[in-house]
Design a protein around this ligand. Structure first.
Ligand code: THU
Length: 165
């Protein structure tokens, strides 16, 4: 018996801004807060300092940064620190935008930092919970800035709560 194998292609896209100044004012304000949060990251083991700032649907902004630990896996990324803080303190409020920035003690990072797989899954959870797309602003210390209009672009074919019904 012959089986017909087809291919499923999933495409993804970001908006690419040439610099910080090219962003719209609301995004500049949020990314500036993420960059400020970078400064208080606790990252003595990797020296890779990440900051995240979240704009909630009610207009509030919360921030977080990576928190490392001598027992390495006990640490947590900036994105999840900020997202868990947001949903712990504003449990019924959706997330509009998350901005992420970075600084390393070892090199100047001139490419946007991209959330790790676990953070993408957590962003997806809140996007699905509030049924409202979360914009993701990704920045390095300098250089271009990527903006995704939804987690769908970073986590295509995601596992989510719909599969559990
Ligand atoms: N890290 C983040 O906080 N966010 C990311 O998007 C990538 C990685 C942290 C985790 C760890 O503390 C350090 O960066 C190096 O992986």
């Amino acid at each position: 018996m012959k089986h017909k194998i087809t291919k499923l292609t999933i495409s993804t896209s970001f908006d690419v801004y040439p610099s910080f100044d090219a962003l719209q004012a609301e995004d500049r304000e949020l990314l500036a807060k993420a960059k400020k949060a970078v400064k208080s990251a606790y990252a003595p083991y990797s020296n890779f300092h990440v900051g995240a700032a979240i704009l909630l649907q009610n207009g509030k902004i919360v921030t977080g940064n990576n928190q490392e630990n001598a027992a390495y896996p006990s640490g947590l990324c900036a994105e999840r620190v900020a997202l868990f803080y947001a949903n712990a303190n504003y449990p019924n409020v959706g997330v509009k935008t998350i901005a992420v920035s970075v600084a390393s003690a070892h090199q100047i990072i001139n490419e946007p930092v991209s959330p790790c797989g676990a953070c993408r899954q957590v962003i997806a959870e809140y996007e699905n919970l509030f049924e409202s797309p979360i914009r993701i602003i990704m920045s390095g210390e300098t250089g271009k800035i990527f903006v995704s209009e939804s987690i769908e672009n970073l986590l295509p074919f995601m596992f989510n709560k719909k599969h559990l019904k």
